[in-house]
Design a protein around this ligand. Sequence first.
Ligand SMILES: Cc1ncc(COP(=O)(O)O)c(C=O)c1O
Length: 447
Amino acid sequence: MKDPTVTYRKRTPTSQKFWQKAQRLIPGGITANVKHYNPYPIFMKKAKGSKLYDVDGNQYIDYCLCYGPLILGHGHPAVTEAIKKQLHQGGTTVYGTPNEIETKMAKKIKQDVPCAKMTRFTNSGLEATLHAIRTARAYTKREKIAKFEGHYHGAHDSVTISITPPLNQAGPNHTPTPVPNSAGLPNHILQNTLVLPFNDLPSTEKIIKKNRNELAAIILEPVARGFIAPDKEFLKGLRTITQENEIVLIFDEVMTGFRLGLGGAQEHFGVIPDMVALGKIVGGGLPAGVFAGKAEIMAVMSPVGSKHPYDHLFHSGTFSGCPTVLAAGLATIEVLEKPGVYNHINWVAEEVKKCMNNVFEDYNIAAQATGVGSMFQCLFTSQKQIRNYRDTAKADAQKRVNFDLELINRGVYVRPGKPFYTSLAHTKADLNKTFDAIKEAIKTVAK
Ligand SMILES: Cc1ncc(COP(=O)(O)O)c(C=O)c1O
């Protein structure tokens, strides 16, 4: 097979130069580890609609969309206008005091997201899951939590476990061993975070029952990594067990929130958790997060009427509820509310998936494009049904990266190895170009 990095390097010499310079000041030359891949990441300098433009003047159809938030594409006029209007009318970026737009957004979230009766704002999805977990601990007065193997909730200590564990360390299928996913994690988190097997209700139930008196919360991505759907009965079963044992069920909808529909995965699958973490789309392309839930649970953080600073939960954040961010988020949601918008975004994803799957079949390649709504993943594996992390870990990751680099060389951008996301800005013309790129890219990978 031809080495795709040869063409990649030829097309992107300025990115390589910028990356080398950045490495002298920024560890790895990147500000989030996910942004690194071999041979080096591309530096972008402009974007509009469905397109990204790099520092060498190459144009790309963007299927990364900043890992999901840009559901309307880059620089949608409704969003940029809302930001400008807020800046103009507000006269500043942030007030550092309560503001009316916070209540407006909390009301919108309450209308759209079934479990979100009360809301607090954060600056990222990571903070949203961190505070949701702390809230559950304060509410139940229990310490342990459980997460599912392969699920990502941001890089804070109690959930940076078993996100991508090596299979030879991950333990038995039915009782996964907690594996730290980063250097620098304190040992005690391994005692307080249990790891559960996704889409395996009987084994999950056994572990929960064994720890029922110590478990504050169970957190999960209802669609694991944005593309592994839950079995029909799995979410319902999990809801029942957590209810029976008074454990707070947290849906991490940082990825699925406002992407699977206005009501996210909880509306899509008809299972309502106690709490939700949101992010990405809710900030309209600016940094944002939300944690929300039942009123009696969220009440643990209200200082109103409190006698002592330690008798309620502490949540803070200098920029939480930033009006500029919320204006962008509200404008995004208002566009998503228009008829036909989700149909278009999902249709684009279906078309790209269909093209990939047809091409894989034509070339007799053991691979599949699989996902839910407007998020999907491409896996080079002969495994027919992908039900959990372990199924994905057996796929040929290098083949996938080669495929992605071939796509990038043909003007289709995805972070190599990561899921694809679609947007309102993707057009029929984009699709035709993408189809051509897929057909050409697969020829070289198939060789
Ligand atoms: C499901 C999920 N939870 C939490 C996070 C963390 O969000 P952020 O990167 O905004 O901190 C992410 C980010 O990709 C995510 O996909």
